[in-house]
Write a protein that binds this ligand. Structure first.
Ligand code: PAN
Ligand code: ZN
Length: 195
């Protein structure tokens, strides 16, 4: 047995995840930033959205993309850092999306802070799962998903999804989610969008 040839391809990982914080470092890690201006059209209280500082940070997303987006069979790994706060009575949220490849699912797991993952099926039926206490949440295919920060600290969650899932933001930009998370009597409540 040639031992040296068996041990010659032990590699360092190309990236690291700091488990307590979710922070990703290393190769193939990219970051995107969304400000209040980028999510202003998500809120029902347009006057409050217009009054908010458009340059204020809403959330950051770090993505480890070991393969090009669109690669069949590949996976993407990400972390979302969503700021606390409200616009009117509505908590800060991610834009939310369906996957372009509609049957693509996704895992989310809670890392820090407190909030919800709001989901909506193609019939516009909505529900939410708490993102707290190390929750592990599976987002089925054909289900739009959005993080909402109901706490006082940044809400941090990890996620893993198929590299060819793609992101369809247009359906949410046009019609929104059927349910909003609003602060009513100092509690987060799911409220139908028409109310
Ligand atoms: C996540 C989201 C991330 C930001 O990585 O992309 O939480 O939300 P938006 O993409 O809706 O702005 C994911 O669900 N990837 O598929
Ligand atoms: Zn997704």
């Amino acid at each position: 047995m040639n031992i040296s040839s068996r041990t010659s391809d032990i590699r360092e990982p190309d990236a690291h995840v700091e488990l307590p914080t979710g922070v990703l470092t290393g190769e193939h890690v990219a970051e995107s930033v969304r400000t209040i201006a980028d999510i202003a059209d998500c809120f029902h209280d347009r006057a409050a959205a217009d009054a908010a500082d458009p340059a204020q940070l809403a959330y950051r997303v770090q993505r480890h993309a070991p393969v090009p987006e669109g690669t069949a069979g590949g996976l993407m790994f990400g972390a979302t850092f969503l700021q606390p706060g409200r616009v009117g009575d509505e908590y800060l949220m991610t834009r939310g999306h369906f996957h372009a490849k509609r049957d693509a699912g996704e895992y989310y797991w809670h890392i820090a802070g407190q909030g919800m993952l709001v989901m909506m099926d193609e019939a516009r039926h909505c529900w939410a799962v708490w993102l707290r206490n190390n929750a592990l949440v599976y987002v089925p295919g054909r289900t739009a998903h959005r993080m909402v920060n109901t706490g006082a600290e940044p809400l941090v969650a990890g996620a893993c999804w198929p590299a060819d899932a793609g992101h369809d933001y247009d359906a949410i930009a046009s019609h929104g989610f059927a349910t909003r998370v609003r602060c009513i009597d100092n509690e987060p409540r799911l409220v139908a969008d028409t109310e």
